[in-house]
Design a protein around this ligand. Structure first.
Ligand code: CP
Length: 308
């Protein structure tokens, strides 16, 4: 088994990854996309512990493990785990860590992945903890941006929608700091990017602009990163109702955009990109979702000591 600085590592949040780490994951993801390795993780078992709903993250993690020759145990709903009987996250993850080699997890509480990592020595791969972080999504997003733009550095990127509660944009912003982007944040005031993240950009000397409408930015950018207004994150339903129809991308808005402009979205979408956009050359969100498979394969191979 290879011993490297990846082996047994938890992937909890983007600030724990260096630029080199990120580029290493992207390199392996690209190689695995070109050349599958069906025996790389033979004999390994992944725990798939999803306390919150998921389609892409859970199924791409599970497929990633299986397509590398490993096996998967787990649950897709906290209600069928002993969390429903009141077992603490700490106890549950300590036990599961005794059964498996690596754990992919999602949980509605911020900090839950970190807490799980304190319970077990097995690597924890954070598939989303509340409104906090979604680091594996960021790795697949960066892989996708590089794939569709042929570079990562110096791009103009707009993030649209729920920037306050959106863990995908929080993680992505922190990773993009390594690649000198110009960023545009398109959201109503009450859903704008949190101040602590804007301060991180100030410190890193990254240019950013807060805007009210997609129309103000769409013809300038290389990437338009749309997000869903997340009903489940709102305590005040009237704020949700106000926000949900404000940012809808349809084909008339695409007039005059750069030929290379690509629309990304972590998905699921609930109306913020019309289906007509799917048939334009700018839509790239389905390829983005597929790339989750390769980015997660790369991570599994790295933390299980089979890639370096
Ligand atoms: N992008 C993403 O996290 O999708 P799921 O919620 O379906 O996992």
């Amino acid at each position: 088994m290879l011993k490297n600085n990846w082996q047994d590592r938890d992937i909890i949040s983007i600030p724990e990854l260096s630029r080199t780490d990120i580029l290493t994951v992207l390199k392996h993801a690209g190689e695995l996309k070109k050349k599958p390795q069906p025996k790389l993780l033979e004999g390994k078992v992944m725990g798939s512990c999803f306390f919150e709903p998921s389609t892409r993250t859970r199924l791409s993690f599970e497929t990633a493990m299986q397509r590398l020759g490993g096996r998967v145990i787990g649950f897709a709903d906290a209600a069928v785990s002993s969390a429903s009987k009141g077992e603490t996250l700490y106890d549950g993850m300590k036990i599961i860590g005794q059964y498996v080699d690596v754990i992919a997890m999602r949980h509605p509480l911020e900090g839950s992945a970190r807490r799980a990592s304190e319970a077990t020595d097995k690597p924890i791969l954070n598939g989303g903890d509340g409104a906090n972080q979604h680091p594996t999504q960021t790795l697949l997003d960066l892989f996708t941006i590089k794939e569709c733009q042929n570079k990562l550095t110096g791009l103009k990127i707009a993030m649209v929608g729920d920037l306050r509660y959106g863990r995908t944009v929080h993680s992505l912003l922190q990773a993009l700091k390594f690649f000198q982007p110009t960023l545009y944040f398109v959201a109503p005031n009450f859903l704008q990017m949190p101040d602590y993240l804007l301060r991180e950009l100030d410190t890193a000397g990254i240019k950013y602009y807060c805007k009210d409408t997609i129309d103000e930015v769409i013809r300038q950018v290389d990437i338009l990163y749309m997000t869903r207004i997340q009903k489940e994150r709102f305590s005040d339903i009237t704020e949700y109702e106000k926000a949900k129809s404000m940012y809808i991308l349809d084909t008339p808005l695409l007039r005059g955009v750069k030929p290379n402009m690509r629309v990304l979205h972590p998905l699921p979408r609930v109306g913020e990109i019309t289906s007509a956009v799917d048939n334009t050359p700018h839509a790239y969100y389905f390829q983005q979702a597929e790339n989750g498979l390769y980015a997660r394969q790369a991570l599994l191979g790295l933390v299980l000591g089979k890639l370096n």
